[in-house]
Design a protein around this ligand. Structure first.
Ligand code: F0G
Length: 452
């Protein structure tokens, strides 16, 4: 990232050597040791009275009834907690302010009586990425960049392409060829991104992008970008508003590149520092068995060094073998007393159908949360009388191919999971082809009643 920046006074801290730099002086990694950077909070120039808990709660609530775009955004509504854009207006699609649902069927299945889903898939482009993208893309524009880019498993690219279009910037998308859902790919195309299907995996796309930025002034909008994580913090503020500032016992998130879990943890840390909350919820991270670098890093190396893996999972959004933000995520697990777990492909498919049967639905990557919760309850890490929030990261329509195959019963045909997948049968609801006759339909209804 090169254009001369006349950015504000936001400071960045290296998560490794703790060196502090101004935004104008730094790229996305520490100049001294190469580690990732994070935005320093509180931001210089904010007087402490402005961060007084009662005043903050009141102004955040009040903004919900304002007609201004920056107040209607569920991200910028919390702008006291974000780096400042100065006089510039943000690029916003009115992201955030997503619903928190009670999950009654999933509650019966897991035994957890207070079980909620915070549905980040209800954001404008259908995933949690929008909350980070509004902030990072606004800073890209403020900083004078004409091009933004990302490597992606689909959701980041869809989100980036939309915000770049709204902000009048060109966007470059690098996605692994054949390994993302059509739903996500088609979004980038419609929003006008230069979309490249690169013959490699996500980690390979990331490597290519890291080289490209050495040759051209392009602002990287992956979650190594510290401004992305600032926006993604706001889901935690919304949750605390909902719970009247008393955190739930557990929050469970999927883990891919591990930016989202890091953002969530940073938000709770900052709320605790300001006295907005008195204690942490335990934040736990769930990965797919075939894309489990964090689980292995902890179990095999005690968290001391990353164990990269060759990632393989049908939950393509989290098909990531070398997560950039693993150190940030470890800090969050430590600080909040959370844990990591991995779940199988069949467990993910079942959990996705169960969230669907609760009338909510989500994409496969988001369903690892429920699959993981079942395991954590069995292990006694989550008690059934504790409150649990699952963060559903993407919308059910993101991967209709997966859903159709699931219900037709051929998701696992010809794979090593075929035998295990028999347990999915009771949740399968294949479309029924019928003659155009009343009797035929009535007959189907009768059978459906017998089945339930
Ligand atoms: N859930 C969904 C739906 C995602 O799209 C992603 C990441 C994650 C969970 C994992 O979040 O990376 O912050 O740990 N998707 C990225 C992308 C990597 O390119 O869209 P994370």
């Amino acid at each position: 990232m090169t254009p001369a920046s006349q950015l504000d006074d936001t400071l960045l801290r290296c998560i490794g050597c703790e060196a502090i730099t101004s935004v104008a002086e730094s790229g996305l990694n520490c100049e001294k040791c190469g580690d990732l950077l994070e935005v320093v909070f509180p931001h210089p120039g904010i007087v402490s009275e402005k961060l007084e808990p009662a005043a903050l709660r009141a102004i955040w609530k009040e903004r919900r009834s304002s007609p201004l775009p920056q107040d209607q955004s569920g991200v910028w509504r919390f702008r006291e907690m974000l780096p400042s854009l100065g006089k510039e207006l943000p690029i916003t699609l009115r992201e955030g302010n997503t619903p928190l649902y009670e999950l009654s069927l999933c509650s019966r299945i897991t035994g957890v009586r207070q079980l909620y889903a915070k549905h980040q898939g209800m954001n404008p482009t259908g995933s949690f990425k929008d909350t980070g993208m509004t902030v990072a893309s606004s800073f890209a524009r403020k900083d004078g960049f004409r091009w933004v880019a990302c490597a992606s498993t689909g959701n980041t690219s869809a989100s980036m392409a939309a915000y770049a279009a709204r902000g009048g910037m060109y966007s470059l998308v690098l996605i692994p060829d054949g390994k993302i859902s059509w739903g996500k790919l088609s979004q980038s195309l419609d929003y006008g991104a230069v979309t490249c299907q690169v013959k490699t995996d996500f980690d390979g796309c990331m490597r290519v992008l890291n080289e490209i930025v050495k040759h051209k002034a392009i602002y990287v909008l992956n979650s190594i970008n510290p401004f992305r994580l600032e926006g993604q913090k706001t889901v935690a503020f919304e949750l605390m508003e909902h719970f009247d500032w008393s955190p739930p016992d557990h929050i469970i998130v999927p883990g891919g590149n591990l930016g989202n879990s890091s953002a969530l943890g940073k938000a709770f840390q900052e709320m605790k520092d300001l006295g907005l909350i008195a204690r942490f919820p335990r934040i736990s991270i769930i990965q797919a068995e075939g894309a489990n670098p964090l689980v292995r890093t902890i179990r095999e190396k005690g968290g001391k060094e990353l164990v990269p893996v060759q990632a393989e999972t049908m939950a393509t959004a989290i098909r990531i073998g070398s997560p950039a933000s693993w150190k940030k995520a470890l800090r969050i697990l430590d600080a909040t007393g959370g844990t990591v777990e991995q779940v199988s492909e069949v467990e993910i498919a079942l959990a996705k159908a169960e969230i669907g049967a609760d009338g909510i639905g989500c994409e496969p990557a988001s369903a690892v949360t429920l699959a993981g919760l079942k395991k954590l309850v069995k292990q006694g890490f989550v008690k059934v009388n504790e409150s649990v929030v699952l963060v559903l990261t993407g919308h059910v329509l993101k991967d209709p191919d997966f859903t159709l195959k699931f219900h037709r019963g051929d998701l696992f045909t010809g794979t090593a999971y075929e035998k295990d997948s028999q347990i999915l049968k009771p949740r399968q609801r294949a479309p029924i082809v019928l003659d155009a006759s009343v009797d035929a339909v009535l007959n189907v209804l009768e059978q459906a009643e017998k089945q339930n």
